[in-house]
Design a protein around this ligand. Structure first.
Ligand code: SF4
Ligand code: SF4
Length: 417
C-alpha cells in the first residue's frame, strides 16, 4: 500500500489569511483538526512562474518535504482524459507536471506518471497533450494503468469489488494532479473525480454501466475510490479551467488559480465556495458528508477566498431531479426527468469513438449518421465525455426544462439540480 502521509490531527502553516481568526498575513500556528487548502494566484503557464506558484502553494500546506522522502516512489496522477493540445484545457498542463517532477526530485523522490485515459493510452494522450515531451526530457517514466487488482484493504463502503491499478499500491506517495473542469454528469471534475482514472481502462466502462443511471451511485463509487487511493497531496490546475460542456468539449477559461491540499475532498469543497455554489451540489461532497468523511475543519491559506471568487462560471445542466423519487415513479417519468445525449449531426465527424465507448451499445450508425437507442441508453454520458468534436450535448427532459425555465424566471441557478 502507498505510504500515507496523513495530517489528520495537527497543522501549522507559514501563512494563513482567510479562514483563521487572525486577519492579514503572518507566521503562525493555525490549530488542531484542520485540513489546509492553499489558494495561489498564477496567471500564466510560464514554467518559472508555475514552479514558483507550486512551491508557494505546497509550502502553505506543509512543504514538499512533509509529503516526499528520499527514495520514495512517487506516482503523479494527472488528468489525461483525452489527447488534446494543452490550450484546450482538457488535460493537466505540462508546466504543472514539469514543476512537480522537479520538486519531487529535489527531495530525493523517484517520480513516475500514470493514468487510464477515457480513450487511448496514457502514452498516446500524454504525447498529444504535451506532457510526454516534458516527462521524457526529465527522464520520468509513464505507466499505463492496465493491471487491475482488488485493493488489499477494503476501505470502500458500497463497491467492495472495484479494481484499482496495481501501480497505486506500488507507490509510496501519490500526488493527484486534477484539472478544474465542468462535467456533464457530475457537475465538476476536480480532486476526487480525477481518481476515477485509477480504475484500469475497460473496467471503467463497466463501472459506468453499473452506476450510470444513478448519479448518486456513481458519486458513491468515486468516494469509495477516494478512500482506497488516498493521495497524499492534491494540486488542482485552475490556471486555465474549462466551463460549459465539459469535461472534453467545454470552453477554456482563465481562472488564474492553483490550489493544493493533502485532502482532495476538502479541496473540492473550497472550489464550490469559490464558485459560489452549495458544497453539496457536488455529489461527491454530499455523499462524503453523509458517510461522515468530511473533515471537521478546512482552513484556507494563501489568497483570501472572498478576493478570488469566480463569477459567472458556466456550469453544465444536470438531470438530478429524479434522485429522491420512488423507483416506480422514476421509471414512469424517465424521459420527462432524465436528460439524454443528443448529437449535432452537422458537427459529428463520424469518428465512431462514442460508439466504441458506449457500454450498452446504444449508439448505432444509419444512412443519416449516428442515432441513439434511448431505450437501452443508461445515461452514463461516456459518449458526451469522449466526443472530440463537442458534437454530443446533454438535453434536459421536458420536466427538467420546465423546472429550469421556472428557476430562471425566479433568478435561481439551475445547475443545482
Ligand atoms: S465521438 Fe463525436 S464526432 Fe465521433 S462519431 Fe461520436 S458524435 Fe461523432
Ligand atoms: S449512448 Fe451515451 S449516454 Fe447512452 S449509454 Fe451509450 S455512452 Fe452512455
Amino acid at each position: 500500500m502507498p505510504k500515507q502521509v496523513r495530517h489528520d490531527n495537527f497543522y501549522h502553516f507559514p501563512y494563513c489569511d482567510t479562514v483563521s481568526s487572525r486577519g492579514g498575513l503572518g507566521w503562525g500556528w493555525v490549530g488542531y483538526m484542520q485540513t489546509p487548502v492553499s489558494i495561489i494566484k498564477c496567471q500564466t503557464y510560464d514554467e518559472n512562474e508555475v514552479l514558483k506558484a507550486l512551491r508557494r502553494s505546497i509550502d502553505l500546506v506543509g512543504g514538499i518535504g512533509s509529503f516526499v522522502k528520499r527514495g520514495d516512489r512517487v506516482l503523479l496522477k494527472p488528468n489525461l482524459l483525452y489527447g488534446k493540445r494543452p490550450e484546450k484545457a482538457v488535460t493537466t498542463h505540462p508546466s504543472i507536471v514539469k514543476g512537480i517532477i522537479q520538486m519531487v526530485r529535489e527531495e530525493g523522490g523517484i517520480p513516475f506518471l500514470g493514468d487510464s485515459p477515457g480513450l487511448g493510452s496514457a502514452i498516446g494522450v500524454s504525447e498529444k497533450s504535451g506532457i510526454k515531451r516534458v516527462v521524457d526530457a526529465m527522464g520520468c517514466p509513464i505507466v499505463e494503468f492496465n493491471r487491475p487488482v482488488l485493493p488489499p484493504e477494503r476501505k470502500g463502503r458500497i463497491f467492495k469489488n472495484i479494481e484499482i491499478d496495481q501501480s497505486i499500491f506500488e507507490a509510496d506517495v501519490i500526488i493527484n494532479l486534477p484539472k478544474w473542469k465542468t462535467h456533464g454528469q457530475m457537475l465538476l471534475t476536480l480532486g476526487v473525480k480525477n481518481l476515477f482514472g485509477c480504475v484500469p481502462g475497460p473496467r471503467k466502462a463497466l463501472w459506468h454501466l453499473k452506476a450510470g443511471e444513478d448519479h448518486k451511485l456513481f458519486a458513491k463509487m468515486l468516494v469509495d475510490i477516494y478512500q482506497v487511493v488516498q493521495p497524499s497531496l492534491t494540486i488542482l490546475d485552475g490556471i486555465v479551467g474549462m466551463e460549459g460542456n465539459g469535461p472534453n468539449s467545454g470552453v477554456p477559461i482563465p481562472l488564474g488559480l492553483l490550489l493544493a491540499s493533502p485532502d482532495p475532498l476538502s479541496l473540492d469543497q473550497i472550489v464550490c465556495d469559490l464558485l459560489g455554489i452549495s458544497r453539496k451540489s457536488l455529489l461527491t461532497n454530499q455523499v462524503a458528508l453523509e458517510q461522515g468523511l468530511v473533515r471537521d475543519g478546512i482552513v484556507v491559506v494563501g489568497e483570501r477566498l472572498e478576493n478570488v471568487k469566480i463569477l459567472n462560471f458556466r456550469l453544465p445542466t444536470l438531470s438530478r431531479i429524479d434522485w429522491n423519487l420512488p423507483g416506480f415513479l422514476k421509471k414512469a417519468l424517465k424521459n420527462a426527468l432524465n436528460s439524454k445525449p443528443v448529437i449535432d449531426q452537422k458537427i459529428c465527424k463520424l469518428c465512431n469513438q462514442c460508439v466504441e465507448i458506449c457500454p450498452p451499445e446504444a449508439l448505432k450508425g444509419n444512412e443519416k449518421g449516428l442515432v441513439f437507442d434511448y431505450g437501452n441508453c443508461i445515461r452514463c454520458f461516456c459518449c458526451q465525455e469522449i466526443c472530440p468534436e463537442g458534437a454530443i450535448k446533454i438535453e434536459p427532459g421536458w420536466a427538467l426544462k420546465f423546472v429550469g425555465r421556472k428557476q430562471k424566471a425566479e433568478g435561481r441557478n439551475g445547475s443545482e439540480y
